[in-house]
Design a protein around this ligand. Structure first.
Ligand code: SF4
Ligand code: SF4
Length: 151
């Protein structure tokens, strides 16, 4: 794939470690899926997503309420780094960081291809309006909140 100038898009021509900070940040489609609580099977290591969101997620927007200060507000928030690529398996299969790490193409709804941040919502990938805040669910109930629309 190449753009109108015949240039390869950066996500196909650069590795994750070669990207600039802004290129790296633009890979995020803003789906909010990684902001959900997950359960990991001790035996298989398989990761299961729940519909229970981090306390800092705006569930109606499907976005972090304060992305810039997220680590101060939520110390357990995992900040993705290129050097952590070996652990990207826990990310949803739709996540651009995981896709690029696995040498796969970005999906057609990705904002970098559509030029529209809402395309992730129209494609049904965003968690917008589909999840609840962790404050409304007891940790004992997380197992009952496992969802199957994220893998
Ligand atoms: S799952 Fe990936 S693409 Fe979606 S918000 Fe998280 S980091 Fe961004
Ligand atoms: S702090 Fe923000 S980016 Fe981090 S998990 Fe919570 S909602 Fe997501």
């Amino acid at each position: 794939m190449s753009d109108a100038d015949g240039m390869q898009p950066f996500w196909t021509s650069l590795t994750l470690t070669q990207m600039s900070h802004s290129e790296w940040e633009s890979l995020c489609d803003g789906c909010g899926r990684c902001c959900l609580h997950k359960l990991e099977c001790e035996d298989s290591g398989e990761v299961y997503y729940t519909d229970v969101a981090c306390r800092n997620l705006d569930c109606s927007a499907g976005r972090c309420l304060d992305y810039r200060n997220r680590q101060t507000l939520v110390p357990e928030c995992l900040v993705l780094k290129p050097e952590d690529i070996e652990s990207f398996h826990w990310l949803p299969a739709t996540c651009a960081y995981r896709l690029v790490a696995e040498g796969k193409s970005l999906p057609i709804w990705h904002p970098l291809l559509t030029g529209d941040s809402e395309s992730v919502v129209r494609a049904g990938i965003s968690v917008r309006g589909r999840v609840v805040l962790e404050s409304s669910v007891s940790p004992d109930e997380f197992e009952e909140r496992v969802i199957h629309w994220i893998s």
